[in-house]
Design a protein around this ligand. Structure first.
Ligand code: CMP
Length: 132
């Protein structure tokens, strides 16, 4: 069993599709170990996305993710990290495979509905960030 951190981002919360995304998470065989509604401050967002701080989109990313409520989830499943990335689809919803969450619910590379850890190291750091 492996664990990963998922975030249902503010665009999804504003569109009232949290339930649909959680339904998909459960139907894909993930166990929800912990879950919380959070409103990240800009400072917390900067810390969470620190790895991207040199990127040109960093300021926009921080502003967006701190613009409203998100739902953070600690998920467990066999191959949870890789499988959640498959279910989410490509970062850019326009390039994501039909049927993936980002293709269905994402609007742009920034407003892309959901987040997932990209490696075991990142998952450990991101899980600890929200679930002490
Ligand atoms: P996420 O998986 O949450 O990880 C970092 C986020 O940065 C990513 O989803 C995108 O929402 C965002 N991102 C990545 N590349 C770009 C880009 N070129 N322009 C704007 N946002 C981006």
């Amino acid at each position: 069993m492996e664990r990963t951190l998922a975030i249902i981002k503010p665009d999804s919360v504003k569109k009232n599709v949290v339930g649909k995304i959680i339904d998909r998470i459960e139907s894909e065989g993930f166990r929800i170990v912990e879950m919380r509604l959070v409103h990240l401050t800009a400072d917390a967002a900067m810390e969470f996305y620190a790895v991207h701080r040199q990127r040109p989109f960093f300021e926009d990313l921080v502003a967006f993710i701190s613009s409203g409520d998100s739902v953070v989830l600690l998920l467990e499943r066999e191959n949870a990290i890789g499988y959640w990335r498959e279910v989410m689809g490509s970062t850019d919803p326009g390039r994501a495979v039909p049927g993936t969450i980002r293709r269905i619910f994402g609007f742009s590379i920034e407003r892309n509905a959901v987040h997932g850890s990209d490696s075991r190291d990142t998952a450990a750091t991101e899980i600890a960030f929200f679930f002490k």
